[in-house]
Design a protein around this ligand. Structure first.
Ligand code: PBG
Length: 337
């Protein structure tokens, strides 16, 4: 770095001595337009049901979710990602409830669209909220079936789009699903529907609290017939080149936007994906990242508001165009303050 001078003619601290100059020279910043609010909905009458591992991010009733969508619109949050807590009685091995046109996701999407037409609605395409075994796909003799699952995911996506979803976000990690969903959307005349592919999604410990939130806690039994992890379809955390191959496939198959997940431990992947594809690129600050911050804050070990803005800005610095986060409403408040 020849262009860097020498002390004392160059003193980097000059650029930090007051807030105004720090603001003036800041390279990356966070705006409310960078936020996608991750929100869990439930089917009952209670406006909010707390989730022990996710304090401050309760499950919302459909009515409360519609109110929240109005708030998002007011706060300038462009989009909400909806995740359902499905009544255990409605779950089965095939996740059939995922195809219910009057199921929880479709009703929530309709109510939220009605309440806040200018907020984009993103829905997860995957079967795990709906299967009794908690896997994202169909399970036979210990294997998650790929092509059979894709056939169901196509139907799930169409049902959600019919209800008003703007972005379908396949989070299942089956091979070929983006292309199959894109072809089905084109055939159905849904040419404006966006696909945000969970292209680089890792098998991660950081999804733990989410499984509490949506009630898919007991993943398999760990037996050969019913695996206790998702490692045969989600990526290995030691890999980076594989993330680029996953993204390349999804781009070729018709993805409009790419998502990296989890977030903070995978900022290197965010940067590589952004540099390689130059597409709108997002990161998911997942439930475990949320819970870690909340737990440290509850112990008095960290300042919550500062941790929120610092982590979300770190995603922007790494190249993310936006962040899916449970902190979205608080972050939007802090930004506008
Ligand atoms: C499931 C799905 C998961 C998340 C979003 N969609 C969990 C998983 O893959 O096991 C995680 C979200 C979070 O942890 O906040 N397809």
């Amino acid at each position: 770095m020849d262009f860097v001078g020498r002390y004392p003619s160059t003193r980097p601290r000059r650029l930090r001595f007051a807030n105004w100059v720090r603001r003036l020279t800041r390279e990356h910043r966070l705006g409310s337009e960078d936020l996608i609010w991750a929100m869990v909905v439930h089917d009952g009458p209670e406006a909010e049901i707390p989730v022990a591992s996710m304090p401050g991010a309760p499950r919302l009733s459909v009515k409360a979710a519609a109110e929240a969508a109005k708030n998002a619109q007011k706060m300038g949050i462009p989009a909400i990602a909806v995740f359902p807590f499905i009544d255990p009685k409605k779950k089965d091995a095939a996740g059939r409830e995922a195809l219910n046109k009057d199921g929880l996701v479709c009703r929530a999407v309709r109510a939220m669209k009605d309440a806040a037409p200018d907020v984009g609605l993103m829905v997860d395409v995957a079967l795990d909220p709906f299967t009794d075994h908690g896997h994202d796909g169909l399970l036979r003799a210990g294997r998650i079936l790929n092509d059979e699952t894709v056939a169901v995911l196509i139907e799930q996506a169409l049902v959600q789009v019919e209800a008003g979803a703007d972005i379908v976000a396949p989070s299942d990690m089956m091979d070929g699903r983006v292309g199959a969903i894109r072809a089905a959307l084109e055939k159905a005349g849904k040419t404006d529907t966006l696909i945000m592919s969970y292209a680089a999604k890792y098998a991660s410990a950081f999804y733990g609290p989410y499984r509490d939130a949506i009630g898919s806690g007991k993943l398999g039994t760990g037996s050969v017939e019913n695996p206790g992890d998702k490692k045969t379809y989600q990526m290995d955390f030691g890999n980076t080149d594989e993330a680029l191959r996953e993204c390349a496939l999804d781009v070729a198959e018709g993805a409009d936007m790419l998502l990296v997940k989890p977030g903070l431990p995978y900022l290197d992947i965010v940067r590589r994906v952004k540099d390689a594809f130059a597409l709108p690129t997002y990161a998911f600050q997942v439930s475990g990242e949320y819970a870690m911050i909340k737990a440290a804050v509850a112990n008095g070990w960290m300042d919550e508001d500062r941790a929120i803005i610092e982590t979300l800005t770190a995603f922007r610095r790494a190249g993310a165009d936006g962040i899916v986060t449970y902190f979205a409403p608080r972050a939007a408040e802090l930004i506008s303050a």
